[in-house]
Each structure stands twice: as C-alpha cells, then as structure tokens.
Design a protein around this ligand. Structure first.
Ligand code: NAP
Length: 329
C-alpha cells in the first residue's frame, strides 16, 4: 500500500554526494532520508581501487562506500534502498513531493538531488563483466593503473580525444577507436591528438566484444571494420569508453536551470534555480566530477539546506509561498 512519509530533507541518490549530504544533514539533527535505487555507493561501486581520496592512499571503492554509509547512518540519516524515484515536484505551498515508482510519497520542505549521472555504455558483450577490471569510464580515476600498458579509448568527441591525450601520461600506447572517419572533437583537441606519437587512431571501427584472461582482466578487443566487415583482435589491457554522459535529472518535474549539456546549474550554496532544491555531485554543472568534489558540494548543500529550513521556521512566508525571499547563508 502506498504510504506518505514526512522528512525535513529528502536526498535522492546514495553516491558519495548523497551519503555525505546525509551525514551532514543527520548531524544537524534534521530528519533525513536518502533514497537509493540500488545499494549505497554510486560510482564508488564501479571503481575497484581509489587512490585520490585524501587520507586514503589506497582504498577499495566498495570499502569507502561502506564507510560513507556507516558514517551517515551513525548521525541519524535513514537509508532506503531499492527505491526508484519517479518524480520530484514543488507544490504551491513550497513543499516538495517526491514520488516513487511504488507510489510512496516523501513530503519535505527541502530536497537535495545527488542522483549523479550515467556514462553511456557501448552495450557490447564483456563490457559490464570487465567494468573495473580493465573497462573504465573515467581517465582521471583509473588512468594511473595502466602505466606502461597498451590501452584503447572509444569515441570521437571532445571527451574521448582529450582523455586519450591525458592517458598517454601513463599508458605506453593508446588506440583511439572511432566508428567514423571524422572526429567530432574540436580542431584544437584533434591537432593535439594527431601530434601525440603515443596515440594511433583506428578509423571506421567498432568494438564487438571485450575479452578477458583467466584472471578475469581485459586481454583484447574484438574489432570490426564497419566498411569491410573485417574482424580482428586488438591486444589491450584497458578500454576507456567516452561516448557521452547523461546527468540523471529526468525526475525533476518542473523546469530547473541547467547548462546546455543538461547538468543542473546551482549558486555557490548548491541551490538550484528552485528555492529549497539543492544539487551536489555529478548531477551538477561544474568543471570536474570526482569523489572529492562530490563531498565538497554535498557539505555545502546540506548546510545550506539547514539554513534554508531555519529561515522557513523563523517565519518567512514569502520564502515558503513564493519560493523567493532573502536568507543569508
Ligand atoms: P559527444 O560529443 O556526444 O561524442 C560522443 C562520441 O562518441 C561521438 O564521436 C560518437 O560518434 C561516439 N559514439 C556515440 N555512441 C557510440 C557508440 N555506440 N559506439 C561508438 N561510438 C559512439 O560526447 P563527449 O565527447 O562526451 O562530449 C560531450 C559534451 O562535452 C560535448 O558538448 C563536448 O564538447 C563537451 N566536452 C568538452 C570538452 C572540452 O572542451 N575540453 C571535454 C569533454 C567534453 P559519432 O561522432 O559518430 O556520433
């Protein structure tokens, strides 16, 4: 049976940003719930080893996720997993209504969206099986694991071209595999790519399958020339896929400002163009998307949400009714 729950703050998505926001909101004694469709962890669960989180020289992604979740729960944040959020809507009285696929309603005066984004997948056999074992969607996160190795990058846009160049800091050889004979990337990035002696472009080619060795690590890619249909094996130990990234913003029912790639635009307090709706982590328009930036955003968002709630409590009806009005954070 569908149920209505009432909270001070509803956090959507239990990746690093959501769990950190949960910790801060819980610690501020706000009645807090973190809604997650899978398990707490987000992108941490797709990352084998993390080497760039301060204080942890090496930590397994799932271990760090567990620490984040335990820490947030210790301060009173409630986690609800297996919950798929269908929509978030702001009602006329300024309250938010978060509706789940099962019909439950979460009513709250503030919402923090930490729903992240999803790298577009190739959708070929072996891709998901070897994710975190040679298949990656993040060069900054995983590049250092491929020192002096031969790897492949898939895509022909700015991201694929820029990250191929970046990956040559580590890899001895990078194949850029593109399905056409023309790159979509900007000219300046193309020039940098083509003048890098460690990069070789394989044109008009798609990956049909990712293959692994007996240790369960990537060993080769089965390639197909789209013009001739010829197949061949390419020996690589890594495959980085950059064929697009989609922020998970489709649940927001009303118009909220976003950049031209769909990421939510916030002010310095992580508040979106809608009063009371905050965003943190990969879903937010910003320069880079790291665990460290996600938790930084989330800290600000949770503290700003607390101050927003205090302003409402102190009786600022304009704030509540029209979603406008001043409060200092
Ligand atoms: P993108 O520009 O949409 O490019 C995606 C690339 O992946 C395209 O080359 C596309 O091939 C290819 N692709 C798509 N689906 C594929 C599939 N199933 N199999 C094989 N290849 C596939 O995406 P992006 O590179 O992530 O960039 C997204 C946005 O971010 C762009 O606006 C970009 O300018 C911006 N960006 C800018 C910078 C920068 O300025 N430094 C860096 C990163 C991203 P086709 O070309 O054949 O369609």
């Amino acid at each position: 049976m569908a149920t209505t729950f009432t909270y001070d703050v509803v956090i959507i998505g239990a990746g690093p940003a959501g769990m950190c926001a949960g910790m801060y909101a819980g610690r501020s004694m706000l009645k807090t719930v973190v809604l997650e469709r899978g398990f707490p962890g987000g992108e941490l669960l797709n990352t084998e080893l993390i080497e760039d989180y301060p204080g942890f020289e090496h930590v397994l992604g799932h271990e760090l996720a567990q620490k984040f979740a335990d820490h947030a729960a210790k301060f009173g944040a409630e986690f609800k997993t297996g919950v798929i959020v269908e929509s978030v809507r702001k009602l006329g009285d300024g309250t938010f209504e978060t509706r789940t696929e099962s019909g439950d309603l979460y009513v709250s005066p503030s919402v923090i969206i930490t729903a992240g984004g999803t790298p577009v997948k190739l959708g070929v056999p072996g891709e998901l099986e070897y994710a975190g074992k040679g298949v990656s969607y993040c060069a900054i996160c995983d590049g250092a694991f491929f020192r002096e190795q031969t790897i492949a990058v898939i895509g022909g846009g700015d991201a694929a071209v820029e990250e191929s160049d970046f990956l040559t800091r580590y890899a001895s050889k990078v194949y850029l595999i593109h399905r056409r004979h023309e790159l979509r990337a900007s000219k300046i990035l193309q020039e940098r790519l083509l003048s890098n002696p460690k990069i070789e472009v394989i044109w008009d080619t798609v990956v049909d399958r990712v293959e692994g060795d007996e240790q369960g690590l990537v060993r080769s890619l089965k390639l197909r020339d789209v013009n001739t249909g010829d197949e061949r094996d390419l020996a690589v130990t890594g495959m980085f896929v950059f064929i697009g990234f989609r922020p998970n913003t489709g649940i927001i029912a009303d118009h909220v400002a976003h950049d031209d790639m769909g990421y939510l635009v916030t002010d310095a307090n992580m508040q979106t163009s809608m009063r009371g709706l905050f965003a943190a982590g990969d879903v937010r328009s910003q320069l880079t998307r790291q665990v460290t930036t996600a938790v930084g955003d989330a800290t600000t968002a949770a503290i700003a949400a607390e101050k927003y709630l205090k302003a409402l409590e102190d009786g600022n009806p304009a704030e509540r009714l029209a979603g406008t009005g001043g409060y200092a954070v």
